[in-house]
Write a protein that binds this ligand. Structure first.
Ligand code: FAD
Length: 341
């Protein structure tokens, strides 16, 4: 176990926020996990920091799982893979697709670690982790034991799971187990993929997804960002029908239980904030759902901008946007309003 006296975390988060960390504990093996002393002070489990916004000048103690390894078992009808939490998600997608195990291609180029993937049930282009997740190996802080959580026990939903709620801060995801069925079917329903032929192979889909994402989303290495800053909001049918009368071109996705998902990026664009910039904090000029750091923005600068976006969208549409990004202050996870001094 590496107990590092850290420093700036700018290189440990995709928004490149220059907060200071005084204690960073890296965990590279299961033996180190078993020996882990759970910090008394506030702490945060950090993957690759691509869904994390440090909103204060200091971070809590950071626990960084770096457990590696991909084990593949071939069964008659599927490939079963156990993958260490510290592996990189996109590298896993490339590995599976190039080794003849299709399924994850629509999830190519999502930044971050394998261990974080179940936390918000990552998803893109009509596919989500839950479609392939068999189970999660969980290190429980109270018992200091590993346990297996079935996919059903993970309570996956839209950018949701048990790890954001009942199990938040109670343990670490050590590895995940995926089942990739051999009777693979491509998912081509989303714009950009729906022009591909039905007999397309997974590698072609992966390359197409990478091309589309590169053309639409800023690369955090060139322009630091957290991807979609807000979740797409879900409203009831009645509210949606009222909105649709005023905005007939409003994009929407019908959901079960009389609910409708709206496109947060479209709402932000319609309130005139696409390309808006305050100092070094900005709304991306091509994709309004993405907030960016032009260089020296602090986490608080980004949080202030997010609050402005939320207020303007609410004033115009009576729709409440919620951050998809995790907001982390010195005392641990906090809300947007908590993060403003
Ligand atoms: C350019 C860009 C594009 C993106 N596109 C998408 C997209 O298309 N779809 C999508 O779903 N997301 C997207 N995201 C968000 C991000 O990629 C995912 O949320 C990803 O899973 C975050 O991984 P990470 O390792 O960086 O997590 P972090 O930001 O480090 O952590 C995220 C959460 O997971 C927890 N966590 C991390 N590792 C563990 C662990 N081992 N055990 C327990 N908890 C853990 C953290 O405590 C935190 O709550 C995008 C982000 C960027 C920057």
């Amino acid at each position: 176990m590496h107990n590092l006296l850290a420093g700036s975390v700018r290189h440990l988060n995709s928004m490149a926020i220059d907060s200071h960390c005084s204690k960073l504990i890296e965990i590279s093996t299961l033996a180190e996990l078993a020996e882990l002393t759970i910090p008394d002070e506030p702490f945060y489990i950090l993957g690759e920091g691509s869904n994390t916004l440090f909103v204060e000048s200091n971070t809590p103690t950071l626990l960084k799982p770096k457990l590696k390894g991909i084990e593949v078992t071939e069964q008659q009808d599927k490939f079963v893979l156990n993958i260490g939490a510290g592996e990189n998600w996109h590298e896993l997608v490339e590995y599976t697709v190039t080794h003849g195990m299709p399924g994850l291609e629509n999830l190519a180029l999502i930044p971050g670690s394998v261990g974080a993937a179940p936390v918000q049930n990552i998803g893109a282009y009509g596919v989500e982790l839950a479609d392939f997740c068999h189970s999660v190996t969980w290190f429980d802080f109270a018992t200091k034991q590993l346990q297996t959580l079935s996919a059903a026990e993970c309570l996956f939903g839209y950018r949701e799971s048990v790890f954001k709620h009942a199990l938040k801060g109670k343990g670490i995801i050590a590895s995940i187990t995926l089942a990739l069925p051999k009777n693979w079917q491509p998912v081509l329903s989303y714009a950009g993929l729906n022009t591909l032929p039905e007999n397309v192979d997974a590698k072609t889909i992966m390359v197409k997804v990478i091309d589309i994402r590169n053309s639409k989303l800023p690369n955090p290495i060139e322009l630091p960002n957290n991807g979609s800053f807000f979740k797409n909001p879900i409203v009831d049918t009645k509210h949606f029908e009222q909105l649709q009368q005023d905005y007939p071109d409003m994009p929407f996705y019908t959901q079960p239980n009389n609910q409708v998902k709206l496109a947060a990026g479209w709402l932000i664009e319609k309130v005139g904030l696409k390309g808006y910039r305050v100092g070094d904090a900005g709304v991306h000029e091509k994709q309004a759902l993405v907030l960016v750091n032009f260089g020296q923005a602090s986490g608080e600068d980004i949080a202030q901008l997010a609050l402005l976006v939320i207020a303007k969208v609410f004033a115009k549409f009576a729709v409440q946007l919620e951050p998809e990004v995790r907001l982390i202050g010195k005392g641990g996870e906090c809300s947007l309003t908590d993060s403003i001094s």
